[in-house]
Design a protein around this ligand. Structure first.
Ligand SMILES: O=C(O)C(=O)C[C@]1(C(=O)O)C=C[C@@H](O)C=C1
Length: 135
């Protein structure tokens, strides 16, 4: 009887060892998987940030070019006494940018927000140029 109890205890201890060993192995696997996901995410984010930096640089260069062109338009408008706003031109721009956004898979509201920003800023500058021109 005593032997049986001892045998039973031994079996239980072996079971505990097996279970805790398995748990250690599976938690090791989980932490290995987790570090793989973290490494992949870190690498992927770095790659995309390089793309973002390149795009931002191009956008700033293009914006500088656009504002140089609109400044010339502003000067010509001021000389000729034309208004800063040309609503027909703005309507065409809106239609064109809506089509472009759709073609590129860009949300229309982003294209419209961009257009609103640049056109509003360029009109502010036109008005300032006109003021300077009249004084
Ligand atoms: O095309 C013009 O007439 C401009 O003055 C340029 C611009 C623009 O920034 O694109 C700005 C104001 C006008 O209402 C329309 C367009």
């Amino acid at each position: 009887m005593m032997e049986n109890v001892e045998d039973a205890m031994e079996d239980i201890q072996k079971d505990i060892q097996e279970v805790s060993g398995d748990t250690a192995i599976s938690s090791a696997n989980v932490s290995c998987e987790t570090s793989g996901v973290v490494a992949e995410a870190t690498h992927g984010i770095e790659e995309q940030r390089a793309v973002i930096d390149e795009v931002d640089e191009q956008i700033i260069r293009l914006l500088a070019r656009r504002f140089t062109a609109t400044r010339q338009v502003g000067l010509l408008k001021a000389k000729a006494g034309f208004a800063a706003l040309d609503s027909v031109r703005e309507e065409h721009q809106l239609e064109r940018m809506t089509v472009l956004a759709r073609e590129c898979g860009l949300e229309e509201e982003i294209a419209h927000a961009y257009r609103d920003f640049v056109v509003t800023e360029s009109k502010k500058r036109h008005r300032k140029i006109a003021e300077e021109h009249s004084t």
